[in-house]
Design a binder for this molecule. Structure first.
Ligand SMILES: C[S@@+](CC[C@H](N)C(=O)[O-])C[C@H]1O[C@@H](n2cnc3c(N)ncnc32)[C@H](O)[C@@H]1O
Ligand code: SF4
Length: 373
């Protein structure tokens, strides 16, 4: 199906896609757009194309990070998805093929903890078939030392590892299962050794919890070639007790790091890049800042999320998704699936981070471990 042209039931724009032509969300559609494969490009109501797909392969995790899966909610009685509820690798592969026709260039495998999904390297191998697809994965690295080689051999390009502190006590309190820092660092070393690079390291910064670890993290990763990214604590889901008081604004972190290691802004790699890039003035690498709370990037957001049971979401802060699994299992054709995806994207209006308030933060949003972080 990929590469075939077919009649599309939805209004589409024509002309070459140029990310710089994405307008601020004022409502007007950009006029000059086709997809990289030469097909008419699907746009949402704010003129944003569909470029990235995050795929959650499991809603389970072996960590209980307090900002993501707090133990009080995700205890032993919590009802996770059953195996038959999960999309199979074949179903995921089929959807990726159809999403590609809508312009997807990048796929990130996530969860929950994606490395808990059995034989994940099989899925990687299936998706790596598309050699122009930027294929990557986000992990807590608990199983990375074990799996890095197989993932690389299967065709994975890079990984992003989450690590919130180098201080063992702080990290163990945040993952809440006493998982030690050393094991994560071993996973990072192995991923580096097998060439899953450049590695990115995600650190969620929570005021009063791990903000004292920021400089130590910067010092550790400076000069390694790994890119440390500081993420503002976000009000994803509705169980992590989010409050603005716990958010350390990126501006504050930039000043803090700059005082220790002078940094200067660097150009984005592409329009709509989520992390704002800064480089060390002494040439020893760069750091990134993801500021979804204090500097919303909705106007350039080109991301859709596919949950482990096949619901598509068009925003990390969504309150509901659209079920694709029942279509697949109800024998829908590729064209029917494609039209369903098209309908979802072309009616997309999301810009949650731009309109966030303490009140919207209390909405019953879908949990990040389910929707895929
Ligand atoms: C949901 S996790 C899934 C992948 C994998 N389990 C991991 O931790 O890397 C993806 C990313 O979301 C981040 N995350 C989770 N909850 C968050 C929150 N409330 N605010 C900001 N980032 C969050 C995690 O730190 C991680 O980097
Ligand atoms: S952030 Fe990742 S590792 Fe932590 S609980 Fe959420 S899914 Fe698990």
């Amino acid at each position: 199906m990929h590469g075939m042209t077919r009649a599309h039931p939805l209004p589409l724009c024509h002309g070459r896609y140029n990310a710089d032509s994405i307008p601020a969300p004022a409502g007007a559609l950009p006029h000059a757009m086709i997809s990289f494969s030469g097909q008419p490009l699907l746009l949402d109501t704010l003129g944003r194309p569909l470029r990235d797909l995050r795929i959650s392969v499991t809603d389970r995790c072996n960590f209980r990070c307090t900002y993501c899966m707090p133990k009080e909610i995700y205890g032993k009685d919590f009802q996770f998805l059953e195996r038959e509820q999960l999309l199979s690798f074949g179903e995921i592969h089929r959807l990726v093929r159809i999403f590609r026709d809508h312009g997807i260039e990048k796929v990130r495998i996530t969860g929950g903890e994606p490395l808990l999904r059995r034989k994940l390297e099989k899925l990687i191998e299936m998706l790596a078939f598309y050699d122009d697809l930027d294929l990557t994965l986000t992990t807590n690295a608990s199983l990375l030392k074990l799996k890095a080689r197989a993932l690389k051999d299967a065709g994975l390009r890079r990984v992003t590892v989450s690590l919130d502190s180098l201080d063992n006590a702080t990290f163990m309190a945040m993952n809440d299962v006493d998982f030690p820092v050393d094991k994560v660092l071993e996973g990072i070393e192995e991923a580096d050794r097998v060439g899953l690079t450049p590695l990115k390291i995600n650190m969620v910064v929570k005021r009063g919890v791990n903000d004292h670890s920021v400089i130590e993290m910067a010092r550790y990763f400076k000069g390694t070639g790994h890119i440390l990214r500081f993420i503002e604590f976000m009000d994803v889901g509705s169980t992590n007790g989010w409050s603005l008081q716990h958010v350390v604004p990126s501006r504050e972190l930039v000043a803090h790091i700059n005082a220790e290691f002078p940094i200067e802004p660097a150009d984005p790699n592409y329009r709509g890049e989520v992390a704002e890039r800064w480089r060390y003035q002494d040439g020893t690498g760069e750091v990134g800042f993801i500021s979804s709370v204090t500097q919303a990037f909705c106007k350039d957001c080109t991301r859709a999320r596919l949950s482990a049971e096949g619901q598509i979401f068009t925003c990390l802060f969504a309150t509901r998704g659209t079920d694709l699994r029942s279509l697949i299992r109800g024998d829908a054709s590729d064209d029917e699936l494609s039209a369903a995806i098209g309908r979802v994207w072309s009616s997309r209006t999301d810009r949650y981070s731009e309109i966030r308030t303490e009140a919207t933060a209390k909405l019953r949003k879908v949990e990040m471990s389910y929707i895929g972080g």
